[in-house]
Write a protein that binds this ligand. Structure first.
Ligand code: PMV
Length: 361
């Protein structure tokens, strides 16, 4: 898809140098993507909420090459500093996009990127980083060739390209919520790109919070890439993929009707299923931390006591995502301050919320 050898610049009419800047957020999957095949194709559909505060800013500079060569020329800075490991990753990704963006070899490129949260925070940054880069590349294509004028076409290509960088990144393109992976529950859904899911949301879910309680900032002992691969030998894999389909239908119904209890049950069950799959892999591994478990117990006790609709989710790591509607924000923030943040590294948590998605800045 999207292979286009005609996207080549005419050297007799070179473009002016320019710069494109996008801010793109991370996202939190409620039904999780875990297990893939081919080039970042999901084994099951997933649905996420688009975050706001946890984001990446990426500036892509470009100038037509004075001397033609057949390689991608890239200057790269992360938080203002050279970073050879990140540069090599981004360069390999850009090289892999030759069929989609053949013009990249005709340009001198510079990328300056940085996250709103510290890099070593143990917070997945691949979704925000890869979506920001994909958006920059699609804006560049459109600036040079005028080929992505329609918003839908632009979004689909940006989501497709983001997916090639990091699967979950394809969902960060859309405001509020996104669905990725073919499912009868959503017309137009695809394994190749995510589709917007904002229209599914009851107003309750548009004023919705995800405070991220930072339990550990250490690098994960097993990467997501290795975790996905271990699903191939996991004896529960087939049952899991079926379960995700059925939970997705239940989740969509809960999102439509504003049923917080049904939503919260799926969010928590999915988080624990993800980690159970890791523990049931061969070799087995565990990313939960004692403080993750302590927080889960506190969240369940608080909910039972106050009847407040507060739920948890987890990504592939030990940090807790605390999910709740805006209507109870002052009670929840007071409770975090008093009772939860002592379980966090340096009392640290990130106040995040469901929002408008990426913006060009
Ligand atoms: O996008 P990846 O390959 O880093 O996989 C991430 C998978 C989870 O974050 C654990 C779940 C999800 O759907 O985002």
């Amino acid at each position: 898809m999207y292979e286009n050898p005609r996207l080549i610049l005419d050297s007799s009419n070179p473009p002016e140098p320019g710069q494109i800047v996008w801010r793109s957020p991370s996202n939190l999957a409620i039904v999780k993507y875990w297990g893939k095949h081919g080039r970042q194709l999901p084994r099951n559909p997933s649905l996420s909420l688009t975050l706001t505060a946890s984001c990446t800013d990426t500036a892509l500079g470009y100038a037509f090459k004075e001397t033609v060569n057949n390689q991608i020329d890239l200057e790269f800075k992360f938080h203002g500093e050279e970073n050879e490991a990140f540069r090599a990753k981004v360069l390999a990704f850009l090289e892999s996009l030759e069929p989609q963006f053949p013009f990249l070899r005709q340009l001198e490129l510079s990328i300056q990127t940085g996250n709103s949260f510290p890099h070593s925070a143990g917070i997945a940054s691949s979704a925000s980083a890869m979506s920001a880069l994909a958006l920059c590349l699609c804006t560049l294509e459109d600036a040079l060739f005028g080929t992505l004028q329609e918003e839908d076409a632009f979004d689909v290509k940006a989501s497709y390209i983001a997916r090639l960088g990091s699967g979950s990144a394809c969902r960060s393109i859309y405001p509020y919520a996104a669905l990725w992976g073919k499912t009868p529950a959503m017309a137009g859904s695809s394994d190749e790109f995510a589709v917007p899911a904002e229209d599914l949301l009851h107003p309750t879910f548009k004023d919705f919070h995800d405070d991220i309680l930072i339990v550990s900032t250490s690098e994960k002992s097993v990467s997501s890439r290795a975790g996905h691969a271990l699903m191939e030998g996991n004896p529960y894999a087939d049952a899991r993929y079926k379960q995700a389909q059925s939970r997705l239908s239940t989740l969509i119904e809960a999102l439509r009707t504003g049923d917080l209890e049904a939503f919260g049950k799926i969010a928590e069950d999915e988080a624990l299923t993800l980690h159970a799959l890791m523990m049931a892999s061969n070799p087995s591994y565990m990313l939960l931390h004692p403080n993750t478990v302590a927080l889960i117990e506190k969240i369940r006790a608080y909910r039972a006591e106050t009847k407040h609709p507060v739920y948890f989710s987890l990504d592939a790591g030990p940090n807790i995502h605390l999910l709740y509607p805006g209507s109870i924000i002052s009670d929840v923030r007071g409770w975090i301050e008093e009772d939860l943040k002592e379980h966090c590294v340096d009392n640290w948590y990130i106040q995040d919320w469901v929002g408008e998605g990426p913006e060009e800045i």
